[in-house]
Ligand binder design. Sequence first.
Ligand code: PLP
Length: 393
Amino acid sequence: MRYASISDRLTGLGSDKWAVHMAGRQRSLAGEPMIFLSIGEPDLPPPAAVLDQAVDSLRSGRTKYSVGQGEPGALRAIAGHLSRRGGWEVLPEQVLYTAGTQHGLHVVLTTLVEAGDEVLVPDPYYATYEGLVASTGATFVPVPTLPEHNFHLRPEVLESLVTPRSRVLLLNTPSNPTGAVLSEAEIDAIGEVCERHDLWIVCDEVYADITFDAPFCSPFDRPHLRERSVSVASISKSHALPGFRAGWAAGPLELAPRITSVAEAMLFGSQPFLADAVAVALSHEHEEVLLLKRTFRERALALVDALQGSDAVKVHMPEGGMFVMPDIRPTGLTGEQFAWKLLDECGVVVMPGESFGSRGAGHIRIALTVEADVMAEACHRIRTLAEALYAAR
Ligand SMILES: Cc1ncc(COP(=O)(O)O)c(C=O)c1O
């Protein structure tokens, strides 16, 4: 039988990156004790008020079809949340409700690019981005960022890779895996390059609520950039509700009907009872959300403290997000080799940096998703392995 080229383009860009995690899962199912630091799934509880609303709405019959752009109450709540955050008025008409950030990014990129176009992506990047771009037919162009700059994107490096085919810069701040949070000055400098070359800025802001000491800044909130910027996020991380598959894409008014048409062709409408819960999530302050942000910061500090001072592993404090990305190059192993060894010999499951692009090579990504004592034990094992390898060189 004949197939369209999309599945060929996507071959090897999906689950292969999670091979260490999958192996860990199998061993765990077979009874081996494992510490999982591989998946970005918050372990803390979601806000009780949000769960209550979902249940109430479910029981009161909010189980019918929705409309393509999203339930009006949820669109108003998302627009209100973005307006408060950015200090300017975002209209509900600018928002599309999506089944999470991944879906939102797919809808937006499908609307903006196609075969022959190029999408610029700071490297290291979130593991699904290559597949995301490949699915549109556009070409993925990694833009190197360096450990010595704490993986912050430099405008001159971005500009050096722009071609007449460049259409979109796909940003992610706070970044998974690096923890980099772009400052307002950096966003403006990057934005200048995008203005000069008429690029869209699609910004994955799924960790926007999880910043530590650096304030969050979105290109969508910068007055001179907002006509070329799209803000995409969800409540998966901020509210510990990844299973809700609930998020949004917000951009210029003229973009909204276009992304809505694409969304309607893919997945017509959302679940009204979940949309009601999203409205509650974003319209009130929740203690659970504040606790989550505080806890990830404390865990990051503890992890950095546990690994600091070693010649075998170099670590820096992330500025936001849910991950720390230590450099294990002094051990002489690749991130991939180190992650497999850690799994085989120490029962700790992390992601190899190589799963996040060539600039992640020689690093491992540790998710901050376990309690302090488990994290301390994992750090002890990581440090011990790294130092043994370093000493044996
Ligand atoms: C950077 C980044 N973007 C998007 C996603 C997916 O988010 P969602 O659950 O909202 O689709 C993740 C999940 O790990 C992520 O780390």
